[in-house]
Design a protein around this ligand. Sequence first.
Ligand code: CP3
Length: 341
Amino acid sequence: MKKKLLIRTLQGEKTSRVPFWLMRQAGRYLPEYRELRKQAGSFLNLCFNPEMAARVTLQPIERFDMDAAILFSDILVVPHALGQKLEFTEGEGPKLEPLKKINDIDFEAFDKKLSPIYETIRTVKKNLAEDKALIGFAGAPWTIACYMIQGRGDNEFTEAKKFAFSNTAEFDQMMEKLVAATSHYLIEQIKAGVDAVQIFDSWAGLLPEPYFGRWVIQPTQNIVKAVHKVYPDFPIIGFPRRAGMFYQDYAEQAGVSCVGIDQYTPLDRAICSFGSKVAIQGNLDPVALLAGGKTLEGEIKRILAAAGKSPFIFNLGHGIIKETPPAHVELLAKLVKAHER
Ligand code: CP3
């Protein structure tokens, strides 16, 4: 069997073609997703229906032939499995009952709640071509804590941050519990068959020094250690969004095999500063993909040129915007696949 292109890149190999997948590649910009989503009735019903979630996971691969599928689920199923009430309201995003303390974790109950997700993984693996990778994922403790405390989405998470800054010892304990839950969850996903995992720290950029180290790098490092204790060298992608000048520290200290960078981080400089230590993923502005045309073509070419021969995974700097025309994704797939290096 030929080794999967994405996994070879995650192991630091210089491949003749750049692998690609897109954050939020399964989702509302696809009519076939909207159809299944309607049948499911709600977003959470879709996440917890293994047969439907597996179909949604495979939809973008069938259309665009990406090198990896990402498990269809959500980062907020972890607070849900820890007993926090969660709902997604149409047009408004997630709502959780605000919670500042996590009880001792009952891992049996946790796995029971998440068992449909492990089943989705097994179902996808049966239907995914051998040369494609399946990526599992979880939210990083900091990002999950932001939603758990604030109870809804926000751009600044001031309430959550204020709680963390006013109750540092208590917050440290919460982070420890989230590290345990996340490590356990990722290990179970690996047992079920995923080929790599990504840790989404979407709100990493909200933390100043020294808290970036304390609540972004440290917890991630602890999760990586826990996973590697059971599965040594297992490929892990870390995505500390909007980490700015902290990206290098994260790349050097978190222990991940690959760092996802946002669209605000110049790829050529990221490669110079930490591209010899980890593989790099990301960088295309989701708005360039939304806009299409000459700007999209130009940006794809710039990124591929900047990547040069270094281990690089083509992706966005954040998730696909729901108004994105599928034809733009088709163009991206064509250009990235045609690029030889
Ligand atoms: O990438 C994929 O295709 C896999 C599935 C996936 C979803 N969410 C599906 C989803 C993944 C990996 C996520 C991660 C996620 N979820 C993150 C981290 C990445 C990021 O975007 O920063 C975060 C912060 C969440 C939490 C979340 N889920 C929010 C804030 C929202 C509402 C915003 C929105 O886009 O509607 C969601 C909902 C959600 N997650 C949708 C999808 C397809 C849309 C819900 C729908 O179909 O009704």
